[in-house]
Design a protein around this ligand. Structure first.
Ligand code: 5GP
Length: 113
């Protein structure tokens, strides 16, 4: 698969690893839009949020759990942070491999980039 996030998950392309377990992986975004910008991905390929199925419930739960855990580790929880999933063209999704953005470290604007 030529998808860049698939290559990252399978360790064919390097990334700045933040967290990894049997279900998810988290790493720094290559082009951060806030002082903390971390991507959280499932190890199982899912193209978009629109492709999730009931069998993915546990993975999705883990993604959220890990996101909150990283936010605590990075001390983002005190002032808050944003978690974003872009879905398909109108959601401005660029990489078609499901991922969540953890954004922290700046005053929030309601607009997402
Ligand atoms: P999307 O618009 O699909 O929700 O977000 C894709 C994100 O992936 C962007 O924030 C972009 O900067 C990031 N990204 C694209 N290619 C790479 C890469 O090769 N490595 C890392 N770490 N992030 C990437």
């Amino acid at each position: 698969m030529s998808n860049i996030f698939h290559k990252i998950v399978t360790k064919k392309v390097q990334m700045d690893l933040i967290y990894e377990d049997d279900m998810v992986i988290a790493f720094n975004d290559i082009n951060p839009i806030s002082s903390t910008h971390i991507l959280i991905l499932p190890k199982t390929f899912i193209a978009t949020l629109d492709d999730i199925q009931e069998k993915h419930e546990k993975i999705l739960g883990r993604m959220l759990f890990v996101t909150a855990k990283i936010a605590k580790q990075k001390h983002l929880n005190r002032d808050g942070y944003r978690v974003v999933i872009n879905c398909k063209q109108h959601g401005r999704q660029e990489i078609f491999y499901l991922h969540m953005h953890l954004l922290g470290g700046r005053k929030g604007t309601k607009k997402f980039y």
